[in-house]
Write a protein that binds this ligand. Sequence first.
Ligand SMILES: [Zn+2]
Length: 365
Amino acid sequence: MVNYARMLSTFLDLVKIKAESGAEQPVVQYILPRLRRLGLVIRQGSEERAENIVAVLPPTHDRNRCIALSAHMDTVFLSKPVVPRIREGVITSSGDTILGADDRAGIAAILEGLETLTEKRIPHHCIEIIFTVKEETGLEGAKKLDLNQLQASMAFIIDNGADPGHIVVQAPSHVKIKWEISGRAAHAGASPENGVNAILAAAEGLRQIKSGRIDHETTANIGMIHGGGATNIVCDSVIVEGEARSNCEKKLEDTVSAMVEAMEKGSESLGAKVKTRVQKSYRSFTLTEMAPSVQWASSAVRRCGLIPVLISTGGGSDANILNEKGIEAVTLGTGAKNAHTSEEYILERDLYTLGDIVYAIMNGA
Ligand SMILES: [Zn+2]
């Protein structure tokens, strides 16, 4: 068991630190001295910069494997610092901000695992710690990780809203689509017949796009639309942005092509021109229960007295990027609920269970 009082105090320290995506420096400044004190060698990271931290705890003499644990240091946008509250075992913000348990719970669990491991002088393998920046804005920190700095054959990302004991073994690929629809401007009162209305053209394209849940492993969404300048001008430019996700590469490709084709056909039928940009943001992964990382995590969960639950998620995480880079990675449930809203909370009990699971992963097999 880890030290729950110490873990709670670390967690509360962390949630009070305001550090949104791209401005993680205050969290870096909290974490780095702690890692050094615990005997980790810092491979990347400096108090002066908001950038990824990569650190390693060398193995005790009788162990030779290498595992990595990771969490992200940024939060979504915060209007003001978080004031955490604990009532009857539930940790929340004061109600007008996020709590930031996504992903401060992950960081607190990793730091507490390291504290307990070194304090009890437990034999352990080589443990690499990765704290990333800019996860919330598109896994940007993980994408910049330098593989040459890592030896781990498997990684555990402590960052999912499911309960502790849940292990994410499947996550979809993700593609972003941006359309620029160009019509022709004209005076809406004097010569509307000279115009081509980009808003109507976009609407015609959108009418033909299939979105929402396409099938059990594929989704599509139109998330943003903007354009137009005044009511007396036939609108000549509209930008529409959407996305698609699937666990199956072929289905994703088909869904994206269908969306692109529908928009182009629809808009062009009203005389507008369409410029389409398709951008892959991350790749899917699927691991079986026999995969070494899944077995390692499951064994840790069992040693904490829980039954491991393998799940699939519709969202991406740093695990997508690590799998893509060739390090087998699963994401672990933290118990942080309603992330990215002012209703966010985590049960004190779940926080401590998470600490125990992370510690069990560190001293594992
Ligand atoms: Zn997160």
